[in-house]
Design a binder for this molecule. Structure first.
Ligand SMILES: *Cc1c(COP(=O)(O)O)cnc(C)c1O
Length: 753
């Protein structure tokens, strides 16, 4: 503490007591950067490059202090001078460089790679505004830019630049570096590219801007609205900037370390995170050919170096570009993609695996599978579905390329950082070994009958609920009852994730309570979710939940038993406050549609029980904890896939045939709802549910109501047993550490070092 005090005082240039939080933050930023640099080690052997359009890293200060082993010292030092760590954290803007799970996964992976002392960097883009900031106005989402670059961010500007040619014009990509410090491990880097000419002043109303001025807008936003042609073109511009600069960086580093490029795969392993970076394949081939390697060999080198991760089976999320878009933006790549298409065609007669189809549409995922050596899914069920149905033709062609890597989360952020009280309890019981070896959490199973331990665990949960309540009061002026059961559904808003199913349940409960059929305990349903700006129905669902929340809060008969809270601007910072406070984790996607989920793992680790469908990693969570310690409901993925194949699902049959469903759906446009809500939004949502319901909400409705009410009853009737099952969940969470995931990637795909 003494030496920390001295160091910090020096860095602040003043007595810490008299410094502003801003000044202390800047001092700590430079301290962490210095300490991180000390742990950077030159790569030897094969080094990983994880290319991703998103890295949802969250705030870095506390996380880095924990990983460097400085957190406790700094906290004590600040407290000694009358400053609080919590308030200091508020000073740091969150870098929201991701949409959701896929970007968060990339961030967890970087943490684990550095923690495991593996050589591996990220490659991405330095968006000036991350994902938009969400606020609710008149119970509707609205979007404003989320500036996070305030001159005191973690990205260090370098003088390394690369030329990138876009639509025939030359641009200069500049490299920024963020140090990624592992827990008691090495320092790697997140490499982010940007153009010096990008100009934030062109942002107009909300998040609108001129999509044509590439030099000014290229890295302004993550995934700009792509509902029009200019928006879609801009995505290709962004992606090519990332992969071209990234490929040049990789070749540069490998050459400097002694590669003659013929042996590139001895120096580099490249992981392509979903299809956004897929153009790195033809770009690397182009660059290798420029350096005198012939096409066949370049294809071979790139295939051996690159691997691809698939994140979705939703057809609309698998990127396909009209050939003429690519002709316009990356004319230097289209001849190569054409040649790759010919090579692929020479391997099979199956035209469904073509890279360029008969309509001149380019399928990025197809290029990935043909020209990388590994295609992995992100949970056991997802990988099986890829092999059996979605990518079955590819699986038949290349069975040896397919493998599963069930996602994981870093326990440093999602336990140590966000739930210090629980961390302390675990350490008192089983020591600190679990910090780096998560399987040691299994030792907690020895305490499931220990009433003293269960009481401590219950009181930690209660404290975390109080803390969330306090935060809600301060940030949104919302009061919640901490004794109610907290059921949380927080994730991107998407119809396949089925926030609308939760909505229908809440309406159902509203009617039941009005009819005097009271639940055993009050329920607080908490949501956090951003909807893509152009995703109309998703915004309608947010609106309906906000309106229902008002209807209920103004009805004293119901509000005593039921409350809906929608937390604004769901991001990593919000997640860190919500997850430790959760009793029931809502993972209710339509079976077969959620590739993995990682939110489910964070909640489990923090002692929530899961209410979920047999989808994604829920299946593996259910396996790990056993039927008694999870609430499973709904159709199986087989039933769902069968129903899609039959094509005979008719929502109206369910609506007309079930009075409870009809009552809930009709309520959307009731007088009570319309009094506070918009006719247009609510009617559209109602019609969507009756006429389309593409994600089969209605067939799962009754099973969901029954299971959720069972959970409520169990929670109310036997709290000690609930806590016992909560402890079992924590003890089984070890498998879901991203350290385990990364060890598997390294063992099966990367072979680093
Ligand atoms: C973990 C996380 C997600 C992913 O949640 P899912 O439930 O797996 O979709 C999305 N957003 C944030 C901020 C997260 O931390």
């Amino acid at each position: 503490m003494k030496s920390m005090d001295k160091t910090l005082t020096e860095l602040c240039g003043n007595d810490i007591r008299y410094c502003s939080y801003e000044e202390v933050y800047m001092a700590l930023l430079s301290l962490v950067q210095k300490e991180s640099e000390k742990r950077a080690v030159p790569a030897t052997g094969r080094k990983l490059y994880y290319i991703s359009a998103e890295f949802l890293i969250g705030k870095l200060l506390s996380n880095n202090l924990i990983n460097l082993g400085l957190y406790d010292d700094v906290k004590a030092c600040l407290e000694f001078h009358g400053k609080s760590m919590a308030q200091l954290e508020e000073t740091e803007p969150e870098p929201s460089l991701g949409n959701g799970g896929l970007g968060r996964l990339a961030a967890c992976f970087l943490d684990s790679i550095a923690t495991l002392n593996l050589p591996g960097d990220g490659i991405g883009l330095r968006y000036h505004c991350g994902l938009f900031h969400q606020n609710f106005t008149d119970r509707l989402q609205d979007e404003t830019p989320d500036f996070w670059l305030g001159g005191h961010d973690w990205a260090r500007k370098t003088d390394i630049t690369y030329p990138v040619s876009l639509a025939g014009r030359d641009y200069t990509a500049r490299l920024y570096k963020i140090a990624v410090t592992g827990y008691e491990g090495r320092t790697n880097y997140l490499n982010l590219f940007d153009l010096d000419t990008v100009d934030q002043s062109i942002i107009g109303k909300g998040i609108q801007f001129d999509k044509q001025e590439i030099d000014k807008n290229l890295t302004l936003f993550l995934y700009p609205d792509d509902s029009d042609d200019d928006g879609r073109l801009l995505r290709i511009y962004q992606q090519y900037l990332m992969v071209s600069a990234g490929a040049q960086l990789i070749l540069d580093e490998c050459t400097r370390r002694g590669s003659d490029l013929h042996d590139l795969y001895d120096y580099a392993a490249i992981q392509i995170n979903d299809t956004h970076p897929s153009m790195v394949i033809p770009e690397l081939i182009r660059l290798l050919c420029e350096k005198g390697i012939d096409f066949e060999e370049a294809v071979e080198i790139v295939t051996r170096t690159c691997a691809y991760t698939n994140h979705t089976i939703l057809a609309e999320a698998l990127e396909k570009w009209p050939r003429h878009y690519l002709d316009k933006v990356v004319p230097q790549l289209t001849p190569i993609i054409e040649k790759l298409d010919a090579v692929a065609a020479s391997r099979t007669n199956d035209s469904s695996t073509a890279i360029i189809d008969s309509n001149n549409i380019v399928h990025m995922a197809h290029m990935d599978i043909h020209f990388t050596h590994s295609t992995n899914g992100v949970a056991a069920l997802h990988t099986e579905i890829l092999k059996d149905s979605e990518l079955n033709h590819f699986y038949k062609l290349y069975p040896e390329k397919f493998n599963n890597k069930t996602n994981g989360i870093t326990f440093r952020r999602w336990l140590l950082k966000c739930n210090p009280e629980l961390t302390q309890l675990i350490e008192n019981l089983i020591g600190t070994g679990f910090r780096k070896d998560a399987s040691q959490l299994e030792k907690l199973a020895d305490f499931t009958e220990d009433r003293k331990v269960l009481k401590q665990l219950a009181s930690i949960k209660y404290d975390n609920k109080l803390a969330l309540a306090e935060w809600l009061k301060n940030t949104q002026g919302i009061y919640v009852n901490p004794s109610a059961m907290f059921a949380i559904q927080s994730k991107r808003l998407h119809e396949y994730k089925r926030q609308q199913l939760n909505l229908l349940y809440l309406i159902h409960q509203y009617f039941e309570i009005k009819a005097g059929r009271l639940p055993q305990t009050p329920l607080t349903a908490i949501f956090g979710a951003k909807a893509a700006p152009a995703y109309t129905i998703a915004k309608d669902i947010i609106h309906a939940l906000l309106v229902l929340s008002t209807v209920i809060s103004l009805d004293p008969e119901v509000s005593e038993w039921l409350q809906i809270v929608f937390i604004e601007n769901y991001n990593v910072t919000a997640a860190e406050k919500m997850i430790p406070a959760c009793d029931l984790s809502e993972q209710i996607s339509l079976a077969s549609k959620e590739a993995s989920g990682t939110g489910n793992m964070k909640f489990m680790l923090n002692g929530a029980l899961t209410l979920g469908t047999m989808d994604g990693a829920n299946v593996e969570i259910a396996d790990a904890v056993g039927d008694d310690n999870i609430y499973i409901f709904g159709q199986s993925s087989k039933q769902v896939i069968h129903r899609y194949a039959q094509g005979d699902y008719c929502a109206c049959d369910w609506y007309e045939g079930d009075p409870n469903i009809r009552r809930a759906v009709d309520f959307l446009t009731s007088e009570e709802m319309l009094f506070h809500g918009s006719q247009e939004h609510l009617t559209r949502l109602k019609n969507e549910l009756i006429r389309k319901d593409w994600f089969q909400t209605l067939p799962d409705f009754n099973a969901y109501v029954v299971r959720k009410n069972q959970a409520l009853a169990d929670y109310a009737e036997n709290p000690i047993d609930w806590t016992r099952r909560s402890l079992i969940n924590i003890s089984k969470a070890g498998f879901f550490s991203s350290d385990r995931t990364i060890q598997e990637y390294n063992r099966d795909i990367w072979h680093l070092g």
